[in-house]
Design a protein around this ligand. Structure first.
Ligand SMILES: [Zn+2]
Length: 253
């Protein structure tokens, strides 16, 4: 046996599955190493020391042992378990969607501290009871922008003209806004001035500020539909959590 290499990371559990009798494989998004998979041994036993700190969405400081295929969790200390978002089905569903979307759009080992902080601040905003729909729209816009997918919100994706905020449309396939001249010629979706303004603001607001922002019912519905189509265009397959959110946004409309 060689020496086992140990290291510490700050992490959030974004996905998990049971393994064998009492173990669990965790997909962690970490500040220092990006996304990685690790085994938490014995975590499903009643007296496991890891269980409390490594629930889905928990932010924890953990120690890992480098493994051949999977890392092994050797210690975990909870920083924040985001208790409140577990008590509310709607907030939990939004957190599930954020974690699933980040997981789907990132590869293992791609380190990005901005994305780590975005995930943490989004979970914190959902936990503290902010407007879940606004928080998630902000998460989508910032995540996709950071990954280089846009959406383009300032210049027409067809002719490059500055979009003033009147008569514009939104093209999912072209990745952003169409100006008043190009809009009617293409296949863009309706995007109201208020909806465009909200998207532009969400790009730059942190999650805490976004969570205090109340979107009007019509802007909420418009942006949910539009961002859903835009996000879907960047995914290989639909997310499990998005069906629930689509139903929820219909119910609250
Ligand atoms: Zn144009």
């Amino acid at each position: 046996m060689g020496r086992v290499r140990l290291y510490r990371v700050s992490s959030v559990v974004v996905r998990q599955r049971d393994l064998g009798e009492a173990d669990r494989v965790l997909v962690l998004y970490t500040r220092e190493r990006g996304k990685l998979a690790a085994v938490a041994k014995g975590i499903r036993r009643p007296r496991s020391k890891l269980a409390g700190s490594l629930q889905l969405f928990s932010h924890a400081s953990i120690q890992l042992a480098a493994g051949r295929s999977l890392e092994v969790v050797t210690q975990a200390r909870a920083r924040d378990t985001f208790y409140e978002l577990r008590t509310d089905m709607v907030r939990f569903a939004h957190a599930s969607y954020a974690a699933e979307l980040l997981d789907a759009l990132t590869d293992q080992g791609m380190v990005d501290t901005v994305l780590f902080d975005l995930l943490l601040s989004t979970l914190a905003a959902l936990d503290s009871g902010g407007d879940a729909s606004a928080v998630i729209r902000g998460f989508e816009v910032k995540l996709l922008t950071r990954l280089g997918y846009g959406p383009e919100l300032d210049e027409c994706v067809s002719c490059g003209a500055e979009v003033e905020g009147r008569g514009q449309r939104f093209s999912v396939t072209q990745g952003g806004v169409l100006c008043a001249k190009c809009g009617p010629l293409g296949s863009g979706a309706h995007l109201s001035p208020a909806g465009l303004q909200a998207l532009r603001e969400l790009r730059h607001m942190d999650a805490t500020a976004v969570s205090g922002k109340r979107l009007s019912a019509s802007a909420r519905e418009e942006l949910a539909r539009l961002m859903r189509a835009f996000v879907d265009s960047h995914l290989d397959r639909p997310l499990r959590s998005s069906a629930f959110l689509a139903q929820e946004s219909l119910d609250s409309a």
